[in-house]
Design a protein around this ligand. Structure first.
Ligand SMILES: Nc1ncnc2c1ncn2[C@@H]1O[C@H](COP(=O)(O)OP(=O)(O)OP(=O)(O)O)[C@@H](O)[C@H]1O
Length: 260
C-alpha cells in the first residue's frame, strides 16, 4: 500500500513522485446551492486516488472545477499548469459520467479516441501516421479495435467507458479523471479498466476516480478522499473508509453494519 498523498510517494522505479494535481480551496456555488466548500486535494504521479461521497456531495462538480469547465473559487494546478493550459497541452484527460455525454453524436469509436490526439495537431486536425498508430494502440489496449468503426452510441456501457479511457491513452495524459467509470459496466470491462488504471499508475500517471464501489476501493486506490461538499478526510483508504468515517460522509454505513 502506498502512503497518503500528503506524504512523499515513491514510484516503483524509485523516481520521486511529482505533484500532478494540486487543487486548493475550491468553492463552487450554483445559485443558493453550495456544491463545494473550500475543497483541497492532491494527486501525485504513480497514485490512484479514490473520491468517495454520497449523491450530491460534489464529486462531479469537483471534476468539472479541476478541468476548469465550471467556474470555481480557489486554485487548480495540473502538472504545474492552469486547467486551460493543461487541457491544451493534453496533460489531463476526463471521462465524465455517462449522463453527461451525448451518445447520439454521429462519431465513431475511432473518432472519439482520435480526439485524444487533437491537441497535437495543427488547425487541419489531420492525423499523421504516428497519431493513427497511437489511436490503434489505444483501441487495442481496450480491446475495441474490431468495433472502431461503430457509432459511439451503439456500444455497451462498459465498451463506451473503455472508448473514453482509450482517448486518454491515445493522448498520453499524465492525469486521468474518471467520474464513476464502473457505473453500468459489465464485469469484463470493469476488470479491464482496473487493470489499465493500474498499468497507467505504474507507468507514472496520476488517477482520480469517483466510485460507489466502496468494497473494492481499498484494493484499487492508494489514497482516498471523503467528500461531503467539503473534504472530510483524506489519506490511506483503509483508514479513510473506516465505518465511523463512512457514517460521517453518508449519514449511514453504505457497506452495512452499525458503523460506530
Ligand atoms: N448545474 C447545476 N445547477 C444547480 N445545481 C447543481 C448543478 N450541478 C450540480 N448541482 C447541485 O450541486 C450539488 C453537487 O452535485 P454533484 O453533481 O457535483 O454531486 P455528485 O457527488 O457528483 O452527485 P452524484 O453522485 O449523484 O453524481 C448537488 O446538490 C446538485 O444538485
Amino acid at each position: 500500500m502506498r502512503s497518503a498523498s500528503k506524504f512523499p510517494v515513491t514510484k516503483s522505479n524509485d523516481q520521486p513522485a511529482e505533484l500532478l494535481l494540486d487543487a486548493q480551496k475550491l468553492t463552487v456555488n450554483y445559485g443558493e446551492v453550495q456544491a463545494l466548500k473550500g475543497a483541497s486535494l492532491s494527486v501525485q504521479s504513480g497514485e490512484i486516488c479514490g473520491l468517495v461521497g454520497m449523491n450530491g456531495s460534489g464529486k462531479s462538480t469537483l471534476f468539472k472545477a479541476i478541468m476548469g469547465v465550471t467556474p470555481a473559487e480557489g486554485q487548480v494546478l495540473i502538472d504545474g499548469q492552469t486547467p486551460t493550459q493543461a487541457r491544451k497541452l493534453g496533460l489531463v484527460s476526463y471521462v465524465p459520467q455517462s449522463e453527461d455525454i451525448d451518445f447520439t453524436f454521429p462519431v465513431s469509436v475511432r473518432d472519439v479516441v482520435s480526439m485524444g490526439r487533437y491537441g497535437r495537431l495543427g488547425p487541419t486536425r489531420r492525423l499523421k501516421a504516428a497519431d493513427r498508430a497511437a489511436v490503434d494502440e489505444a483501441l487495442e489496449r481496450v480491446d475495441l479495435l474490431d468495433l472502431a468503426h461503430r457509432q459511439i452510441g451503439n456500444l455497451s456501457g462498459g465498451q463506451r467507458k473503455r472508448a473514453f479511457v482509450a482517448r486518454g491513452l491515445a493522448q498520453g495524459a499524465r492525469l486521468l479523471l474518471l467520474d464513476e467509470p464502473f457505473a453500468g459496466v459489465d464485469k469484463r470491462s470493469e476488470t479491464m479498466l482496473v487493470s489499465l488504471l493500474r498499468q497507467l499508475r505504474d507507468a507514472g500517471a496520476g488517477v482520480l476516480i469517483s466510485t460507489h464501489d466502496l468494497a473494492n476501493l481499498a484494493e484499487l486506490a492508494d489514497t482516498a478522499v471523503l467528500l461531503r461538499n467539503e473534504v472530510l478526510l483524506s489519506g490511506e483508504p483503509g483508514a479513510v473508509l473506516a465505518p465511523e468515517n463512512l457514517v460521517r460522509a453518508f449519514g449511514m454505513n453504505p457497506l452495512g453494519g452499525s458503523g460506530v
